[in-house]
Ligand binder design. Structure first.
Ligand code: ZN
Ligand code: ZN
Length: 536
């Protein structure tokens, strides 16, 4: 059996693993790369396999970095099943068409100017129709139900506690009379997080392909409900609004859960209206509310107590239309407005920020990861003036950066969880983490679990026979970490250079007028590199 790592290698997006056994092939996840322009460009490339030759896909969860290329896979000839949990299918039913919609508008925008400038017509990565068509390939399997994937491979979903529907995929392989158990963790949640059940305890496996998003960090532990209560109460006293930019799936529902708890316990006024102002967040919330079988004990108790409703708040409003959204700002009194996008780079939240950032009495709660350069990051960094939809806006509102809401287990949580396994794996393959996180996590797994931990590069593969394993590329030496990390850094530089080279070639092919400018820049870079490294 061979596993090839085709994404989420030394980065957190683009999850995709190719498994080959005999003549059969399957994928675990088929995710989209999300990040800089260069990273996104990977989505446009041909797959590293022929989609028509893949016999099955096992999908861990609905997030686009795991599911986002399935419509492309199907459009390019994949005809087999996409196995996933019931809730993952429901979420993909909103996330994939939404992703397609973004690709269609991006392509349309590029073509509007591009065609006039004589550039080539750009096709969207996939269309809304293709996204809906791909959903027909989805086949639902229950948690803990063992099912046949391809000859020689059975699989079972285990609760991963990351978002609703999220699963780890246990893979049972049999080849030439030898048995191998693998676990693909997908993304794993924090134990104790509200609403959904905790990640299931693991028995162990021969090999574990583990995520490492927070592999070098430990979440801040504090009373989040208390901090939310303080923010809401002080803002209400001032008469301002509370704006919460948030991600549709997961964070929105967790915040609602806290708001309900605080209101019921009388720790915040019961009559402050809460608006969920994002069609996506509305749909995602309905999916979460409609799947009580995935709740943890506490959520289930509330659900039963409230007559089979997890959320029962008279003050909660879901707004659908853009007009309803605009009307929220005209209403007097303190309001809590939960709106997308989570990084404040698009969507309705921009409009709420425009109306509230200048107000000294309002507050903004940032409760999620903010990528470099996005508006949310600027607010967290304390910028006093921002531009929103072409308008200069003064930042007078109070900005709160609430940490610890992450949907990923941290380093310590992972190590404790893996430490409790009865069967130690032969090796971990550390993926789905930036290189710093993956390196530190791999090191800790070696030290504390006492097993090998390999950080695959894009395209690396491992051949497995029973519990024996061989990586096709020489493993990075773990006994001299400084050298290993430098080697690794050099490889990253090489890859960056190659990506830039491809990009430059594309740019000048379309626009020769840029040659001079690019050449000047390159000469500067070359001189700098020569000066820096000639003294070695
Ligand atoms: Zn995820
Ligand atoms: Zn992920």
């Amino acid at each position: 059996m061979k596993i090839t790592f085709l994404g989420a290698t030394r980065m957190v997006t683009g999850s995709c693993y190719l498994l080959e056994i005999g003549r059969k092939k399957m994928l675990v996840d088929c995710g989209m790369f999300q990040g800089s322009k260069l990273v996104n460009a990977f989505n446009e490339r041909d797959f590293m396999f022929n989609p028509g030759e893949i016999d099955a896909v096992v999908l861990t969860h609905a997030h686009i970095d795991h599911s986002g290329l399935i419509p492309k896979l199907v459009a390019q000839g994949y005809k087999g099943p996409v196995y996933c949990t019931k809730t993952t299918l429901e979420l993909c039913g909103i996330l994939l068409p939404d992703s397609a919609h973004i690709h269609e508008s991006d392509a349309e925008f590029a073509n509007r100017k591009g065609l006039r400038a004589g550039r080539k017509f750009i096709k969207p990565l996939y269309t809304v129709d293709e996204a809906y068509a791909s959903l027909k390939n989805f086949v639902v399997r229950d948690f803990d139900e063992e099912f046949d994937v391809i000859p020689g491979i059975k699989a079972k979903f285990k609760v991963a506690g990351h978002i609703i529907g999220s699963a780890m995929a246990e893979i049972f392989a049999e080849e030439d009379g030898k048995h191998t158990k693998l676990i693909f963790t997908g993304d794993v949640g924090q134990p104790g997080a509200p609403i959904i059940a905790d990640p299931e305890e693991l028995q162990g496996a021969d090999f574990i392909i583990t995520e490492s998003t927070y592999g070098n960090r430990v979440h801040k532990v504090y009373d989040k409900a208390e901090e939310l209560a303080e923010i809401i109460n002080s803002t209400a006293e001032r008469g301002g609004n509370i704006i919460v930019p948030t991600f549709a799936v997961g964070r929105t529902q967790v915040l609602l859960y806290y708001f309900q708890k605080l209101a019921h316990e009388g720790r915040i006024p019961q009559d402050i209206p809460i608006y969920i102002d994002s069609p996506m967040a509305n749909k995602a919330t309905q999916i979460v509310l409609g799947n009580p079988q995935e709740f943890d004990e506490e959520a289930r108790a509330i659900y039963e107590m409230q007559g089979k409703h997890l959320l029962s708040m008279k003050q909660l409003h879901f707004t659908e239309t853009a007009q309803e959204s605009r009307m929220i700002n005209e209403m007097p009194g303190t309001k809590i407005i939960i709106s997308a996008s989570g990084m404040c780079d698009a969507g309705r939240v921009l409009h709420h920020l425009k109306h509230n950032l200048w107000r000294e009495d309002s507050s903004v709660i940032i409760a999620g990861y903010q990528a470099e350069g996005c508006l949310g990051r600027k607010l967290v960094e304390g910028v006093r003036q921002v531009k929103i939809m072409g308008e200069d806006i003064r930042v007078n509102a109070k900005i709160y950066n609430m940490k610890g809401f992450s949907a990923h287990a941290d380093k310590e949580q992972f190590l404790e969880w893996y430490g409790r396994m009865a069967q130690k794996p032969k090796a971990f393959f550390v993926t789905h983490g930036e290189i710093d996180a993956a390196m530190e996590f791999a090191g800790e797994l070696q030290r504390r679990i006492g097993t090998a931990a390999y950080i695959p590069q894009y395209g690396d593969s491992v051949t497995i026979s029973g519990s024996e394993w061989t990586v096709t590329e020489a493993a990075i030496t773990s006994d001299v970490p400084e050298v290993a990390s430098l080697k690794d850094y050099l490889r990253t530089l090489e890859r960056t250079y190659l990506q830039h080279r491809t990009k430059i070639e594309q740019v000048v092919a379309r626009d020769t007028g840029k040659v001079k400018d690019i050449r000047k820049k390159l000469e500067k870079i070359k001189k700098y590199v020569d000066d820096m490294l000639s003294s070695l």
